[in-house]
Design a protein around this ligand. Structure first.
Ligand SMILES: Nc1ncnc2c1ncn2[C@@H]1O[C@H](COP(=O)(O)OP(=O)(O)OP(=O)(O)O)[C@@H](O)[C@H]1O
Ligand SMILES: [Mg+2]
Length: 383
C-alpha cells in the first residue's frame, strides 16, 4: 500500500545522494503508518546506490535531550567529543568540507522539539549551507513540525525540506498487509478470512495503524493458543468418556472481536457483561456522546460540568429520553471517572468543575458506535 511513497523516497535519494545535491526530506504520519518500515526498505533496496556515501541512521527517542543529537552525529562522523556551540561549529565545518555525501536519517524527529525550535532549525539549515554535503531525512508524527519550527527556512532561496505525508492505512491496505504477513506462515490457515477483514475494518475506522492491526492479530493468536493449551491439559474423564469438546485451532471472528474490544473499548464495557451483553448504562453513554460532541464543537480539551449538563439535557430532550439533573449528572461523571474514561477536576462550584476525556476520542466513539441510538446521536450532532 505504499508504492507511491516508497517511489518518492527512492527518487529523492537518487536525486540527492546519487546526484550529490544536498537537500532534506520531511516524512510525517500517524503512528503505525509505515514510515520507518518504508524508509528501511528503501535503504536496503538502494544499498548499492548508497555505497559511495556515508549513511547515518539515528533514532531520536534514544537521545537524552534534543541537543544530544549533535554529539551523536559527531560521533558517527568520527569527530572528537565536543558539546555546545563548539560541537555544532565543528559539525558544520565537517559537513561543508570535501568528502562523500552524508545521508543522515533521523527517526522520531518529534523528540527534537525544543524551546525556540533551534535544534530542528539548525539541522534543517545544514543542507542549505554553502558547500554542504548533507542529505537529511527526518521522520515524525507531527504534520506541522516543519510549519512551526522551520517557517524561517521557507524564506531561504533553496527553501525548506521536501514534505511527504503518510496517510492512515485504509481497510483494503490493512487487509493486504495482514494477508501478506500471514502468507509467510506455512501450514494451515491461522486466521479466518472473516476475522481478518473484521480486524482491518475496525482498525482502519479508528486509526489506520498497521502496528495495531498486527498486534490485534498476534494477541488473538495468543488467546487461541492459551485456549488450546488449557484444553489439552484436561485428561480424559474416568470411565472412558471422551475428553472435553474439540479444541479450536484457528483464530475466528469472536477471538479478534474480543481482543479489539480489549484494545479499543475495554474500559467502556468493564465490570462484567449484563444479560443484554452490555453493562454500560444508557445514561452514561448519552452523557459521553454529549461530551464528545461538545469537545469537538468547542475544539476544547475540557468543558465545565454546567456546559456538559446543558448539552446532555438538549440531547435527551431531542430524543425524548428522561434527563437527570445536574447533581445526578455529577454522579454519572464520577462513575465514568472511576472507569477511567473521564477526568473530573473539582471546582468550588460543581457547575464549574472541568470534565475531560481520558481515552482517545476515537476509541470512545468506536466503543459507543455499536449501539444504534448512540451512533445516530453522534451523527446528528448538536443544534
Ligand atoms: N506497508 C506495510 N507492509 C507491511 N508491513 C507494514 C507496512 N506498514 C507498516 N507495517 C508494519 O507495521 C508496523 C508499524 O510500522 P512502522 O514502524 O513503519 O510505523 P511508523 O509509521 O514508523 O510508526 P511510528 O510513528 O510509531 O514510528 C511494523 O511492524 C511494520 O513492519
Ligand atoms: Mg517509526
Amino acid at each position: 500500500g505504499r508504492e507511491k511513497e516508497t517511489g518518492i523516497i527512492r527518487q529523492f535519494l537518487r536525486d540527492h545522494v546519487g546526484g550529490r545535491r544536498p537537500g532534506s526530506l520531511y516524512i510525517s504520519g500517524a503512528p503505525g503508518t509505515g514510515k520507518t518500515a518504508c524508509l528501511s526498505r528503501v535503504l536496503l533496496d538502494c544499498k548499492d546506490e548508497l555505497a559511495g556515501s556515508k549513511t547515518i541512521v539515528l533514532n531520536c527517542m534514544a537521545l537524552r535531550s534534543p541537543q544530544g543529537v549533535f554529539p551523536a552525529v559527531g560521533q558517527q562522523l568520527g569527530l572528537p567529543a565536543a558539546t555546545g556551540r563548539e560541537g555544532v561549529r565543528r559539525l558544520e565545518k565537517q559537513l561543508t568540507a570535501r568528502g562523500p555525501i552524508v545521508l543522515l536519517v533521523l527517526d522520531e524527529l518529534d523528540q527534537l522539539e525544543s524551546k525556540g525550535q533551534d535544534v530542528l532549525y539548525t539541522l534543517f539549515e545544514w543542507p542549505l549551507l554553502p558547500g554542504s554535503r548533507l542529505v537529511l531525512v527526518g521522520l515524525a508524527n507531527a504534520l506541522d513540525l516543519t510549519d512551526r519550527s522551520l517557517a524561517r527556512l521557507g524564506a531561504h532561496p533553496a527553501g525548506g525540506p521536501r514534505l511527504l505525508h503518510f496517510p492512515p492505512y485504509t481497510r483494503e491496505q490493512l487487509s493486504a498487509i495482514l494477508q501478506e504477513r500471514l502468507g509467510q506462515v506455512a501450514g494451515d490457515t491461522v486466521l479466518d478470512a472473516a476475522a481478518l477483514q473484521f480486524c482491518a475494518r475496525k482498525v482502519s475506522a479508528v486509526s489506520g495503524d498497521a502496528r495495531k492491526a498486527l498486534d490485534v492479530c498476534r494477541r488473538a493468536v495468543e488467546v487461541v493458543e492459551l485456549e488450546v493449551r488449557s484444553q489439552t491439559l484436561l485428561k480424559p474423564l474416568p470411565g472412558g468418556d471422551s475428553p472435553a469438546s474439540p479444541v479450536p485451532k484457528r483464530v475466528g471472528l469472536p477471538h479478534v472481536s474480543r481482543v479489539l474490544s480489549e484494545v479499543f473499548g475495554d474500559r467502556l464495557v468493564a465490570g462484567g457483561r449484563g444479560p443484554r451483553g452490555d453493562t454500560f448504562p444508557l445514561q452514561q453513554k448519552v452523557l459521553l456522546c454529549s461530551l464528545l460532541l461538545l469537545l469537538r464543537r468547542l475544539r476544547a480539551r475540557e468543558v465545565t460540568l454546567g456546559k456538559l449538563h446543558d448539552a446532555y439535557s438538549q440531547v435527551c430532550r431531542r430524543r425524548q429520553l428522561p434527563a437527570v439533573d445536574q447533581a445526578e449528572c455529577l454522579s454519572l461523571v464520577t462513575l465514568l471517572e472511576s472507569r477511567g474514561v473521564l477526568e473530573l477536576k473539582k471546582a468550588k462550584e460543581a457547575r464549574l468543575a472541568k470534565v475531560s476525556l481520558k481515552l482517545e476520542e476515537a476509541a470512545v466513539e468506536h466503543a459507543l458506535q455499536d449501539a444504534v441510538l448512540v451512533g445516530s446521536i453522534l451523527t446528528q450532532g448538536l443544534c
